[in-house]
Ligand binder design. Structure first.
Ligand SMILES: O=c1ccn([C@H]2C[C@H](O)[C@@H](CO)O2)c(=O)[nH]1
Ligand SMILES: [Zn+2]
Length: 152
């Protein structure tokens, strides 16, 4: 299990990438549409070609139709042509880092089987970093169906 709390070793990313990832992830909360839960979540991903793409949760009067920040962000990236990622970050207004729900773990897994997941508290002072494989062990993915998402 690779799980670490409140630390400084964001080794896959440069310091500049980490700072930007955090900033864009926190800023993304501003576009959250969450009038029902009033729980704003922001997300940012860095694509394998170093684009930063952000999103937020979008809720619905039919509550179950709401979409989490992680999935709006990934959909945005895919629709812009980016299907492989090197990091994902999420934040909310909670003073504790929050972690992606089960559906989002599966959604991330489709395009990024084992990227680092950074979970920030509301002001970005503290974060948890772990890997997707730890959040979703023994996962099912496109390879099991003979598909390579990069080639689709
Ligand atoms: O990791 C998470 C957890 C929750 N939410 C959203 C879903 C809903 O809009 C609100 C409350 O659950 O937060 C996310 O976007 N990502
Ligand atoms: Zn989710």
């Amino acid at each position: 299990m690779t799980l670490s709390y409140i630390h400084r070793d964001h080794h896959e990313l440069s310091d500049a990438e980490f700072v930007r990832l955090k900033h864009e992830c926190l800023k993304a909360r501003d576009v959250s549409y969450s009038p029902y839960s009033k729980f704003r979540v922001g997300c940012c991903i860095i694509t394998s070609t170093n684009e930063f793409i952000s999103g937020a949760n979008v809720e619905n009067a039919s509550y179950g139709a709401g979409v989490c920040a992680e999935r709006t962000t990934i959909c945005k990236a895919v629709l812009q042509g980016y299907k492989t990622y090197k990091a994902i970050a999420i934040s909310s207004d909670s003073n504790q880092p929050i972690s992606p729900c089960g559906i989002c773990r599966q959604f991330i897994r489709e395009f990024a089987p084992n990227i680092p997941v950074f979970m920030f508290d509301s002001n970005g002072d503290q974060y948890i970093k772990c890997y997707l494989e730890d959040l979703l062990p023994l996962s099912f993915g496109p390879e099991n169906l003979g598909i390579d998402p990069r080639l689709v």
